[in-house]
Write a protein that binds this ligand. Structure first.
Ligand SMILES: Cc1ncc(COP(=O)(O)O)c(C=O)c1O
Length: 438
């Protein structure tokens, strides 16, 4: 297959010059596999980008989108509606963590996060509590790339090129604690007390009456699979409740079964006030995100606005796009029909066992896992952080496996349809790539 001209496309989050010198080109996908431009089968160990929950080319979703595009290709979402938008919201609300029954559609995780932050500040304001404008994120959090998301996010690399931030932001420390928690299986034992600094440091410094919301990923995915210590999220919830602060869970990765439960909220038994999701919402077939909120939040906006006024002046041209709604309705049906979240839970002990076989291989300083996600942390090369994991990623690609790397951490998060023999193959390839990496 001849290569396309690569001059024009400025690739996102990619080492463009390196890629264009040696491209990795995907041309089709089915089930657990991509096919590259050389006709090789590539085992998808990362569900695309944590998003192809039910595997690729699923017939019912493809057909739903095809049917929709031939029926209603687009409908403006401002002051107009189309039936599938309401149906998709109803279906999502019906499976949401208890009480999160109002749904605002967007087109990505980044948009979901910025929408949620605006909603949180707006909510306090419409209730007459306009001093609550500050937002608390966490170090090593990832909340997408828009200005709100990078402000509350805590990935130093993503922030350093853009040294501007929302003005009223602070961060909790990360829960990552290898000294005490290395090679944990499931949730680590140590670190619930890191939540207490919300009260002891941050609220003391800022005064609770100025804080609108705390936003965290229940499990931080993109920054290297950082699993919350037992009891940590419960403590955050208690402190937020004590001071009237909204708790937002960013479930862009943890939503839709990744942790072996429908949501991170339900996995950990902590219900936030607001939740952001995207990725698996449509099985990644059409871009879509959503913010789910408790009815009190929605109702406060409704009660505060004058008759006929727009209650929340926010939205996107493609909010609740008909194709995205059709894809989401079909994807959520498929997840239920195939009991994919239960399947992920059932498969996770086997996955855990295979993942932890990597312990003891060269440069492996941690293996951690939960549900169908695992993180493998490597010793960094002196003066070259991230290089070693990138080389392992490249070797895996050469051997027919797609994984993710972030810094010197490898992330494995296959579609939830993965079979045991594919788990074996995935970790065999990864082990041989680790053995061959200097
Ligand atoms: C927790 C979290 N929030 C937000 C985002 C951003 O989503 P998107 O890339 O769809 O904007 C991601 C993406 O990986 C994420 O993991």
């Amino acid at each position: 297959m001849t290569q396309p001209n690569m001059e024009a496309f400025w690739m996102p989050f990619t080492a463009n010059r390196q890629f264009k010198a040696a491209p990795r080109m995907l041309v089709s996908a089915d089930g657990m596999y991509y096919t590259d431009d050389k006709g090789r089968q590539i085992l998808d160990g990362s569900a695309g980008l944590w998003c192809v929950t039910a595997g690729h080319n699923r017939k019912s979703i493809v057909e739903a989108v095809q049917k929709q595009i031939a029926t209603l290709d687009y409908a403006p979402p401002f002051q107009m509606g189309h039936p599938k938008a309401f149906e998709a919201a109803e279906k999502l609300a019906a499976m949401a963590p208890k009480g999160l029954s109002k749904v605002f559609f967007v087109n990505s995780g980044s948009e979901a996060v910025d929408t949620a932050l605006k909603m949180a500040i707006g909510y306090h304001r419409v209730r007459g509590d306009a001093a609550r404008v500050k937002l608390i994120g966490r170090e090593r959090g990832y909340h997408g790339v828009n200005f709100g998301g990078i402000s509350v996010g805590g990935m130093a690399g993503n922030r350093k090129h853009f040294p501007v931030s929302l003005p009223a932001v602070d961060h909790l420390r990360s829960t990552h604690d290898l000294a005490r928690n290395a090679f944990s299986r499931g949730q680590p034992e140590h670190g619930a007390e890191w939540a207490d600094e919300l009260e002891s440091r941050i609220l003391t410094l800022h005064d609770p009456s100025t804080i609108a919301a705390v936003i965290v990923e229940p499990m931080a995915g993109s920054t290297g699979v950082l699993i919350p210590p037992k009891g940590y999220l419960q403590r955050l919830r208690q402190i937020c409740d004590k001071y009237g602060i909204l708790l937002i869970f960013d479930e862009v990765i943890t939503g839709f079964g990744r942790l072996g439960a429908d949501w991170g909220a339900n996995k950990f038994g902590v219900i936030p006030d607001m939740l952001t999701c995207a990725k698996g919402l449509t099985n990644a077939v059409v871009p879509m995100g959503a913010v789910l909120v408790k009815p009190e939040i929605h109702d406060a906006f409704m009660a505060a606005a004058a008759d006929g006024a727009v209650e929340f002046p926010h939205g996107y041209t493609y909010s609740a796009h008909p194709l995205a709604c059709a894809a989401s309705l079909a994807a959520l049906d498929l997840y239920r029909e195939e009991q994919l979240f239960e399947r992920a839970a059932g498969m996770s002990p086997y996955f855990e066992g295979q993942a932890h076989q990597l312990a003891g291989l060269p440069h492996v300083k941690d293996v951690r896992n939960l549900g169908l996600v695992a993180g493998v942390e490597l010793e960094s090369r002196p003066a070259a952080p991230g290089r070693r994991a990138y080389e392992v990623f490249l070797k895996c690609w050469e051997k027919g496996l797609l994984i993710r790397c972030t810094g010197d951490i490898l992330a494995i998060s296959p579609p939830l349809i993965i079979e045991k023999h594919e788990i074996d193959r995935l970790f065999e390839i990864l082990a041989s790539a680790l053995r061959e990496t200097e």
